[in-house]
Design a protein around this ligand. Structure first.
Ligand code: IPE
Ligand code: IPE
Ligand code: MG
Length: 257
């Protein structure tokens, strides 16, 4: 057992009766706008406070010994929002990388990015690349940023890559398996999320990690994202650990002959 797993088991209350501590936690950070509306504030203030919740969550994930944290920060469909909101969100991403990258690097966080990059503005694409390049050799928490991300689009990109290999005569159509499709997704080396948390009370995936979520446990937290903190993360993990993951098999007690 690695040190990281021991740390996380200890931080999250020991082995316990249910499943082990999650190795990969993914978060749909939702409810910034409603948080602001409830207080009579502009939506951008909700997004600004959402960045603070993100900082808290990254620290908490590190403290709890979580190996991988994936955050849904901008979806392929979020381009349909008003231009002023899109500009606020892009501004926050720029500022987040400019202000926080050095601290993330010092904390040994390794940043990865998933989503469509080729259509992003060059400055945003450059900042995302800089974050990955600077932290590439880090060995602590892996922070996967899903930006301009849509799961159907990611699967379509994987299909295009495989189709190109078939067309070039390097791959037989019947050699295409689920594993091969997984290997052509945006971050094939990252294991599937054990736990997906969505804040704000909405209970849907909104085009997030559809392929990878096949056997993820889903926990819906009735807090708006700006309210999320370490206690909420611990609560979601405690709920996860009470679940029984069967992956289509039988429960441990009924697994015998
Ligand atoms: C999440 O909060 C942030 C993004 C989707 C970028 P929302 O902006 O979706 O907030 P609500 O859901 O309207 O409250
Ligand atoms: C999902 O939230 C996307 C992100 C959190 C980045 P949305 O607010 O865009 O999802 P819907 O529209 O409510 O499904
Ligand atoms: Mg929303």
């Amino acid at each position: 057992m690695s040190t990281a797993v021991t740390t996380s088991e200890a931080a999250l209350g020991g082995p316990g009766p249910g499943c082990a501590a999650p190795r990969h936690v993914a978060v749909i950070m939702d409810g910034n706008g409603r948080w602001a509306a409830q207080r009579g504030l502009p939506r951008r203030e909700g997004h600004r406070r959402g960045v603070e919740a993100l900082r808290r969550t990254v620290r908490a994930a590190g403290a709890l010994g979580i190996g991988i944290l994936t955050i849904f920060s901008f979806s392929s469909e979020n381009w349909s929002r008003p231009p002023s909101e899109i500009s606020d969100l892009m501004g926050l991403l720029r500022r987040f990388i400019r202000n926080d990258l050095v601290d993330l690097h010092k904390s040994n966080v390794k940043v990865r990015v998933i989503g469509e990059r080729t259509t992003l503005s060059p400055d945003i694409a450059g900042l995302l690349r800089e974050a990955e390049d600077l932290t590439r050799a880090n060995t602590g928490l892996v922070l996967v940023v899903a930006f301009n991300y849509g799961s159907r689009q990611e699967i379509a990109r994987a299909a295009q890559r495989l189709a190109a290999e078939v067309a070039a005569g390097r791959l037989a159509p019947e050699a295409i398996t689920a594993e091969l499709i997984s290997s052509r997704l945006d971050a094939p080396d990252i294991p599937d999320p054990d736990l997906i948390i969505r804040t704000s009370g909405e209970q849907r995936l909104s085009n997030f990690l559809l392929w990878q979520a096949a056997y993820s446990e889903l926990v819906f937290v009735p807090l708006y994202w700006p309210e999320f903190d370490q206690a909420a993360l611990e609560g979601a993990i405690a709920e996860y650990r009470r679940r029984e993951r069967r992956f289509g098999g039988l429960a441990a007690a009924g697994a015998g002959p």
